[in-house]
Design a protein around this ligand. Structure first.
Ligand SMILES: CC(C)(COP(=O)(O)OP(=O)(O)OC[C@H]1O[C@@H](n2cnc3c(N)ncnc32)[C@H](O)[C@@H]1OP(=O)(O)O)[C@@H](O)C(=O)NCCC(=O)NCCS
Length: 162
């Protein structure tokens, strides 16, 4: 019997904007990291669901790096894109910039890799489409994200072994 061809579908980056409210701050008066990671999780999940046309869940969050603090009143710009696809999982990279509304200054703040699993109607992992790899940058990002996912799985395996 023929195996159905796995569809290759380009994944558009998804960008979201938020503003930092007083309730989003940590005791140091800058945006709470957990709040920012929650926004990154939403942004990557929306990006993957829109691309795959499936509901999805986050399996792991890796390589989060906070570069610059974000302050009250600043605009947060989050962009997610799918950079690696396995079988039922993929990895979306999320980068975050902030913009000071009064000066217009826009600066890089944070990034991270989110492994997201596509689900079928029974909430079981299901095969995802493939993404095209158009150039050397795509291929480099693919290998980088694959390595990040493999490291996470290897760490989990080590923990299991005690
Ligand atoms: C993620 C989840 C669906 C995986 O289910 P599972 O029964 O372990 O399924 P599998 O072992 O077949 O794994 C499915 C895929 O996820 C990957 N995966 C599973 N756990 C992972 C983890 N912790 N980190 C990275 N990838 C993971 C597997 O490598 C596999 O990828 P592949 O099909 O591309 O090769 C399940 O563990 C789960 O529901 N976790 C809770 C998710 C959640 O509540 N997230 C927070 C709210 S969104």
């Amino acid at each position: 019997m023929d195996t159905p061809q796995r569809e290759t579908r380009a994944a558009e980056p998804l960008t979201m904007y938020e503003i930092v409210f007083p309730g989003d701050l940590n005791p140091n008066g800058v945006m709470f990291g957990g709040k920012l990671v929650a926004l990154m999780d939403i942004c990557t999940a929306l990006c993957v669901s829109r691309w795959s046309r499936r509901p999805c869940v986050t399996a792991s969050i890796d390589a989060i790096a906070f570069n610059s603090p974000i302050r009250h009143g600043q605009m947060v710009e989050l962009t997610a894109r799918v950079v690696y696809v396995g079988n039922t999982s993929c990895v979306a990279f999320c980068s975050v910039h902030a913009q000071d509304i009064t000066t217009g200054d826009r600066f890089y703040c944070c990034e991270g890799y989110f492994t997201i699993v596509g689900l079928d109607s029974n909430s079981k992992p299901t095969v995802l489409p493939m993404i095209p790899l158009d150039d050397e940058t795509d291929r480099r990002e693919w290998e980088h994200a694959k390595l990040i996912k493999e490291h996470m799985l290897a760490r989990l395996e080590l923990r299991k072994q005690g």
